[in-house]
Design a protein around this ligand. Structure first.
Ligand SMILES: [Zn+2]
Length: 256
């Protein structure tokens, strides 16, 4: 593509901003009222207003980090009204039982995955490769967080009041009950593991942990129909400007 030099320079500057090392702060404000918290093995989000919504809970052992971030914001853990889980992988739901022992917030996950969480059985093995699944099984059994209570079974289109309106978007593929969270009033989309953002490029979710890649691609096409400026992931830094244009470009390039 032949772009004028100043446009190319701006693009390179933006790319550099995305590639430079990220400060290792325990939490950062992504947009006013929305904070990203480093948890064990992943990132959680806090939507903070009168009430606080926690989005994902990290791997087991992350509960205290989330409560600490809430206290550092000058708020009480008792202000948490809802805990929303993007999908039932260990690094997203692992901190939920710990949080539930400390705070009475209601917990929600898509109805396709609720039975895995509210169960005495270990979480489903996330590896799609049979040999890797078998090798990792003893470790997964060992770190399994145990049963958590699910109060709300989420469906596509459900709405919560957080940050002027938080809409549940069902994005199956990575797991059958994966969800994204769209905040149209704030121009934010949180996609969990439905997409990756490596080396400044959007990518399909990780092949090793994604159950149905064709379905994951179809879900990304669906997300490309939404309007948002800021795109937040569970394992990567956010894209903070014109993110919907990037997702549309990426979705067009996906195989049909
Ligand atoms: Zn995952």
């Amino acid at each position: 593509m032949n772009r004028p030099p100043e446009t190319r320079r701006a693009a390179w500057h933006e790319r550099w901003q995305e590639l430079r090392p990220e400060p290792l702060r325990p939490f950062v404000e992504v947009v006013p009222g929305l904070y990203q918290v480093r948890t064990r093995a992943s990132r959680a989000y806090l939507a903070v207003e009168d009430r606080i919504t926690v989005i994902d809970t990290g791997a087991p052992g992350s509960g205290e980090r989330i409560l600490e971030a809430i206290r550092e914001l000058g708020r009480s853990p008792d202000d948490v009204s809802d805990i929303i889980i993007t999908h039932g992988h260990l690094d997203h739901v692992g901190g939920l039982p710990e949080l539930q022992r400390r705070i009475p917030a209601r917990a929600g996950i898509h109805l396709a995955e609720a039975h895995h969480i509210d169960s005495d059985d270990p979480l489903p093995n996330p590896f799609t490769h049979p040999l890797l699944a078998r090798i990792c099984e003893p470790y997964l059994q060992w770190v399994d967080p145990g049963r958590a209570r699910i109060d709300v079974y989420l469906r596509d289109g459900d709405e919560f009041p957080a940050l002027g309106g938080m809409r549940i978007v069902h994005v199956p593929g990575h797991t059958p009950g994966s969800i994204a969270l769209h905040f149209p009033q704030r121009g934010v989309l949180i996609v969990g593991d439905a997409m990756q953002y490596r080396f400044g490029r959007l990518m399909l979710p990780h092949r090793l942990f994604t159950q149905d890649m064709a379905q994951a691609a179809a879900s990304i096409r669906r997300l490309a129909e939404l309007d948002f400026d800021t795109l937040c992931f569970s394992h990567f830094r956010p894209i903070v400007r014109d993110a919907d244009l990037r997702v549309r470009e990426f979705a067009r390039a996906l195989p049909a």
